[in-house]
Each structure stands twice: as structure tokens, then as C-alpha cells.
Design a protein around this ligand. Sequence first.
Ligand code: ATP
Length: 319
Amino acid sequence: MALIEVRGLRKTYGRTVAVDSLDLDVDEGQVVGVLGPNGAGKTTTVECVAGLTRPDAGTVSLAGHVPWRDRGPVTRLLGVQLQSSGLPAKLTAREAVQMVAACHDDPVDPDELVDRLGLGPVAGTRYAKLSGGQQQRLAIATALVGRPRVVLLDELTTGLDPEARRRTWDLVRDVRDAGTTVVLVTHLMEEAQQLCDRITVVAGGRVVAEGTPDEVVAGRSAATTMSFLPTAALPSGALDGLPGVVGVRRAGDRVEVTGSDDGVRAVLRALTAHGVEPAGLRVAASTLDEAYLELVRTTSLSTAPASTAPVSTVAEESR
Ligand code: ATP
């Protein structure tokens, strides 16, 4: 059984369906990224896993516990960094980390963690006087200081400068190497590619893709991008509608085609048939960024926006 198992999760706010029939599995020791456009339901999902929000329907198991019911054990095994930290304005950065450390049996050294996140120079500064990026790093420190078995990080590096971002990524890798399971909500494809073993893409409250970053890219119809300089004029529309070809566009003198591997072969055959050679041929796997955009664009056309469907009941075992 996965360490985190979410089944059929549904949460509505009035007429807004924030999350609908969402399933998620996270195995122990993995870093799992949750990606998706604004309002897709990512934070709501994380809040349900943390037990901070109770769903209308569905079940969540966190190491066998129901998060909104088993508060004691869940608090001991979980670290959470949300977009709003709710730390007291008058506590200094060091005091905030020490306060959370004092609630755990085997915490990390608070001073070491504060230094590691580049907060040493502002350790004695009150929370309210820290910059946005410093407050963000402090929230990460409080999520990690208890040496949690599972950590939920919501937009971990949003607002951090590039150096602080790299430091934070290194910290997440170390935490993962020490055995912590990480769920990471992010809008940054580079972050997902660098840190995540698996990703789940959510749109309209539902999962629209799941797998390793490479699997998610390979699963798209535009998994490959090829470009070339035609050695002779190509009849207009010569490459349109070829099997496996998703898009054809001009980029200066180059022709750029996206599609599957079959699409690439079909283009090469069509060029030969027209007596055109593909000079300067480049073929590359599409990036996660490209795959994500294609996914979100195609699913935003098919996923219903906020609906008013009737709310079903929470499965009994999750109460
Ligand atoms: P973002 O990337 O912008 O943080 P998200 O994917 O985390 O978005 P959620 O914050 O889960 O999305 O929001 C999903 C939907 O639920 C949105 O339409 C949002 O307006 C709505 N929503 C979330 N929390 C509440 C709330 N407390 N009250 C009312 N509506 C809410």
C-alpha cells in the first residue's frame, strides 16, 4: 500500500467544485510533484492530505491514518509548508523554528537548518519584518525541523531568488535521501524535472496525467519536436494532416514540426516524395514544459469548470 493513498477525493466550496474524483498514490521515499494551472485544486488536495480540510467525499490514508480524524499521529509524522504560514508576527525566525522543534522527539538542529536556508543573518528578526522570500524559507524550515516522515510543500520556491531556490532544491534532495516522502506543489517545470520521481498533473479538479516526468512527456501526442531547413520550396500544406503530426509552423527559415515518432518518419517520407532534403535536421524530445502546456490546453477544453453536481457522501471508513 502507498504511504499516501487518495481515492475519489471531492471538495466543493459553495457552487465551486475544487476537487473532483481525484486519486493520488505516493510511495514511501518518493518525491511526487503536483502540477496544474491556477485554481486546479492542488492546494485543496494538499490540505485534505494534511487533514486541514475535510473533503465532501472520498478517502485519504496517510500511513494508515485518516488525516482530519487522527490529529495526534498525523501531526507527529507530517511537516507542512503552505502558501500562508500563519506564524506569529512577533516571533523571531530562530524562535519560530525552535518552537516547532520543541514539539518533536528528534528534531534537526534549528540553528543548522536556519543557516542551511540562508536565514542566519536574519535569525534574530521578527517574522513580520522578514521579506516575503525570507518568510517563505522560514515556513520551509518549520516544515522540516521535526524530521517528518512525510512533508507537504506548497509552491516551495515561489518568490525565492535563484540562489535561494538552488539551496532549497539541495535541501529537498537531502531530505529525500534521508528517507522523507515529499509531496511538492509547483508551477515550475524545472523544479518538477529536477526534484520529482513522479508527477501528477491536475486540471479542473481532476488528474489529467500521471507518471515519471519522462513518461508524461512521452505520453503526449507532441512528444517529439523536429526542425529543418527545406532545401527546396515545400508545397503549401505538404506536411499537414500526416499521421502522427500534431503541429507544423515556420520559425524563420526553419520548419518546426511537433508530433510522435511516427509523425517524424511520416514527415521524412513526405519530404523525400517532394524531392526536398531536411538540411540542418534537429530532432529532440519535447520538454516537460511543452508537454504540460499541451496537456493543460487540451484538457481545459474538455474539463468542465465549477459545476453544481450533487455532493455524494464521504465513504464511511474515512470518518
Ligand atoms: P493555485 O495554483 O492558484 O494556488 P490551486 O490549484 O492550488 O491554485 P485551489 O487553491 O485548490 O487551487 O483552489 C481550487 C478552487 O477552489 C478555486 O476555484 C478556488 O477559488 C476554490 N477555493 C479554494 N479554497 C477555497 C475556499 N476556502 N473558499 C472558497 N473557494 C475556495
